[in-house]
Design a protein around this ligand. Structure first.
Ligand code: ZN
Length: 375
């Protein structure tokens, strides 16, 4: 049904193209042409201008041939993390790696190729299908910029699947945390460290006292927090008056996210004040959490589709954010599906050829299952 040689060739073709975040034009143009060749109406949105990139999100639409089917969206991202220039695929014993100086880019070309092949198969075999929308985003790896900045009105689906997780194809991510970034500036008072240290207020020490009181790491089953970056101070003979700390908090439960964030803000402010310093704290919501019920249509359709091609479909939460966080926020329920990519964001990234094939088969199965009456 699927064409395995075509899948492998296309995967190797696409990962070689330029796809750094905000510079996806080369791969974007190639994928646009492929979507059009698969019979979709293709457009590019205006996100490039909004984020300072050279390519916008690509949108494809294939009108349905059956009326009652749910309108499905398939999504993946066009960009890869650095280093991703000049990727050379090495295929050995059914496994694809890079030549070692770059990532492989299966994150997320495995998803892109799975969707492209699935759409071609649907067309070649004249399979009945409902409306299908494809959303290939840009700049996902540097802050979900493509989905974050897109016009939600462009989405035209009842629900969708983001093909962007590790794990064996068939696996379903039904929940993800929301995240707050918490930037803290502690202002103390500088003084000569040898001549008049008592005149100073050491911002680094004050920050340290606050951090020692901070609940961080694993807070509970759905909540985490981390102090990630600290910078400040100029020399050993100066009492530092300034230190900057970058923290984050995540939770799949919005109330817990707020509680943890409040605790972090309050701790820095209180400890700074108690030590004659001042903490300026800025909280930025990076993305919202989501939880899709295990008996929801989106999850049950994915499970039936996986079962129809003999794949297990374990279901569970992730600790990371993805474009699905934004699609869910925009009112289009979106689950993340596993595509078999491994060790992503490293130069040891790899994927099995058979997982590329299974991902394409799963896309076909999803379209087929959705078009059946009982869907
Ligand atoms: Zn990804």
């Amino acid at each position: 049904m699927i064409n395995k040689e075509r899948i492998l060739a296309e995967f190797c073709e696409l990962i070689r193209l330029g796809c750094a975040s905000k510079a996806e034009r080369e791969v974007g143009d190639a994928v646009k042409a492929k979507l059009a060749a698969a019979g979709l109406t293709v457009s590019e949105d205006d996100v490039a201008g909004k984020i300072g990139g050279n390519c916008g999100n690509l949108l494809g639409f294939l009108p349905g041939t059956v009326a009652q089917a749910p309108r499905l969206m398939f999504s993946a991202h066009l960009d890869s993390v650095a280093p991703c220039d000049g990727i050379e695929p090495v295929v050995k014993d059914g496994v694809i790696t890079s030549s070692g100086n770059t990532v492989l880019g299966s994150d997320n070309k495995a998803g892109i190729v799975g969707v492209l092949e699935g759409l071609r198969v649907v067309r070649e075999q004249n399979m009945p299908h409902g409306d299908i929308q494809v959303v290939f985003t840009v700049s996902e790896e540097v802050g979900l910029n493509g989905s974050k900045n897109m016009d939600p009105a462009l989405l035209a689906a009842d629900f969708g699947y983001v093909l962007d997780s590790g794990g064996a194809p068939g696996g379903i991510i039904n929940a993800a945390p929301g995240q707050n970034n918490i930037k803290v500036i502690v202002r103390g008072k500088s003084a000569h460290a040898g001549v008049a240290p008592e005149e100073g207020i050491n911002a680094i020490v004050v920050a340290g006292k606050a951090m020692a009181e901070l609940k961080q790491g694993r807070i509970d089953a759905e909540t985490t927090a981390n102090v990630g970056v600290i910078s400040g101070g100029k020399a050993t003979n100066i009492v530092p008056d300034y230190v900057e700390i970058a923290c984050e908090a995540r939770s799949r439960n919005l109330a817990k996210l707020e509680t943890q964030t409040k605790h972090m803000v309050e701790t820095f402010e209180r400890v700074a004040a108690a030590n004659g310093a001042k903490a300026e704290v800025t909280v930025t919501r990076m993305y919202e959490p989501y939880v899709l019920a295990e008996d929801s249509q989106i999850v049950s359709l994915a499970r039936r589709a996986a079962a129809s091609i003999g794949l297990e479909s374990p279901i569970g939460p992730t600790g990371g954010g993805s474009d699905a966080n934004y699609f869910n926020l925009y009112g289009v329920p979106a689950a993340v599906l596993a595509v078999g990519m491994n060790k992503v964001h490293t130069m040891e990234e790899y994927i099995k050829v058979e997982d590329l094939n299974k991902t394409a088969e799963l896309v076909v199965a999803l379209i087929k299952t959705a078009a059946k009456k009982e869907a």
